[in-house]
Design a protein around this ligand. Structure first.
Ligand SMILES: Nc1ncnc2c1ncn2[C@@H]1O[C@H](COP(=O)(O)OP(=O)(O)OP(=O)(O)O)[C@@H](O)[C@H]1O
Ligand SMILES: [Mg+2]
Length: 305
């Protein structure tokens, strides 16, 4: 798979402060890449460097193969972005705002533009003046604006700000759809992991200007031991059955608890069911990415540096 974005050893100092510290990462064609870190970690700063709004002190960035130092305009032609609040003309309708942006695109593709407008689901409100829009409606229009020139890379800085839960879900579905159907890579930043982990192919965790980890969300770890509880009617019998099969069992409220791999869960269930033990519920305690994120960034202890 081709890389659409390549960031190599980028550092950025503002005043005396090292905001980005030798940061490298790649984003591939058509993938949704999450950029996650606590407030003040450096997410917006990296995005500003990517878009040429800040100059890095060190390192290089290329977009769709164009180095942003040598071929800035060509690189920018391949990017659609929203940073903080998207700029709109309040006295024009949403649709007219989009038309203005679309006009800047030399390869006008009206079918595509219509599709983009429909995909952000503003309905008939697309014909109302933008100054009458709510925050979430502006965000949706901003996404349409970023998409309208058919970028290879879509960069979104905290796009879920101000969206309601349904809006967040719809944004998730929209981004998944466009990334897969149009092969657009999406680089999306957030400080709320649980909101974006569901849609990302890969995630980078940033803290204090450094990448702590890049994680592939499709990798399932099948050898990890998980805490699994079974809610059963006959607790003692269940314990005996599993002990006879060499499992360490602990009795808990309403059932038993074992430490096993994901693969072993159906086997244990079968052992219980074969002995006529009723299994009402099986709970696997997942170490969420949120837990991992907090663990990894706990150096910061919620303190903004
Ligand atoms: N123009 C500036 N002058 C001085 N410091 C700055 C400037 N821009 C950013 N910083 C500092 O750089 C650090 C990273 O800021 P940045 O906006 O990149 O964080 P962020 O990860 O986007 O955080 P958030 O989740 O709050 O949006 C912060 O400590 C911030 O104060
Ligand atoms: Mg930010």
């Amino acid at each position: 798979m081709k890389n659409v974005l390549e960031i190599k050893n980028v550092s950025k100092k503002i005043g005396k402060r090292q905001i980005l510290d030798n940061l490298s990462l790649d984003v591939r064609e058509g993938e949704i890449f999450g950029f996650v870190g606590p407030n003040g970690a450096g997410k917006t700063t990296l995005i500003k460097v990517m878009l040429g709004l800040y100059k890095p002190n060190k390192g290089s960035i290329s977009i769709a193969g164009f180095d942003i130092k040598d071929d800035f305009e060509k690189a920018m032609d391949e990017v659609g972005a929203i940073i903080e609040n998207p700029e709109m003309y309040g006295y024009l309708s949403g649709k007219d705002n989009l038309k203005l942006y679309a006009r800047m695109d030399p390869n006008n593709d009206y079918e595509y533009q219509k599709e983009v407008i429909e995909s952000v689901k503003l309905g008939s409100r697309i014909n109302n003046k933008v100054r009458t829009y709510s925050l979430g409606m502006r965000q949706r229009l901003g996404i349409a604006q970023a998409l309208i020139s058919k970028p290879k890379l879509l960069v979104l800085d905290e796009p879920t700000n101000g969206l309601d839960p349904l809006g967040i879900k719809e944004l998730r579905d929209l981004l998944k759809k466009i990334s897969k159907e149009k092969n657009i890579a999406v680089f999306i930043s957030s400080h709320i992991l649980s909101e974006i982990e569901l849609m990302c192919d890969r995630i980078a965790i940033i803290d204090n200007g450094k990448i702590l980890e890049v994680k592939d969300m499709h990798d399932k770890n099948d050898t990890e031991s998980l805490r699994v509880s079974f809610e059963v009617d006959e607790v003692n019998k269940a314990k005996e059955v599993l002990k006879a099969n060499n499992k360490e069992v602990k009795i808990i409220e309403n059932g038993i608890e074992v430490f096993v791999t994901r693969e072993e869960v159906p086997d244990i269930n079968l052992l219980l069911v074969k002995e006529n033990i009723k299994v009402y519920e099986i709970n696997i305690e997942h170490k969420t990415l949120e837990d991992e994120f907090i663990e990894k960034t706990k150096g910061t202890k919620g303190q903004i540096k």
